[in-house]
Design a protein. Structure first.
Length: 135
């Protein structure tokens, strides 16, 4: 999710925020549709969730009043600077603290890898039948 073009993901999530997609009464439903061909499926899904969290946090940092003013004044450079300031803000430490404050691992990928779950399910499924569409 957004690995090839993080700025595109940021812009999409900014529009979701701006359009009220995260509001309590929003009818927007979020879903990750993944196809991990190289990395392990669970770790890939975790990475996608972390990417969405990071870009959402950055989108929430956009000074929307200043952006609106720049747009009204047709000041493209100012509008771009406002978006870029939010996009380049490193929110990872804040997100780690936010997760920890809720009893979650600060680094979900490290916690998953340390759990041994991937190795356990691989070992348990040796000789099993692959599930999927015609697989």
């Amino acid at each position: 999710m957004g690995a090839a073009d993080p700025f595109q993901l940021f812009r999409i999530l900014f529009e979701v925020v701006r359009g009220g997609g995260y509001d309590v009464d929003s009818p927007v439903a979020f879903m990750l549709d993944q196809c991990h061909n190289i990395e392990e499926k669970i770790v890939g899904q975790l990475r996608s969730v972390l990417n969405v969290q990071e870009m959402t946090a950055r989108a929430l940092l956009v000074d929307r009043e200043a952006l609106s003013a720049a747009q009204r004044e047709n000041d493209v450079l100012a509008a771009n600077a406002i978006l870029m300031d939010a996009f380049y803000t490193d929110v990872r430490a804040d997100l780690s603290a936010w997760r920890e404050s809720r009893g979650l691992p600060a680094d979900p990928i490290a916690a998953f890898q340390a759990s041994g779950y991937q190795e356990r399910i691989v070992a348990e499924r040796v000789g099993g039948v692959q599930a999927g569409w015609g697989a």
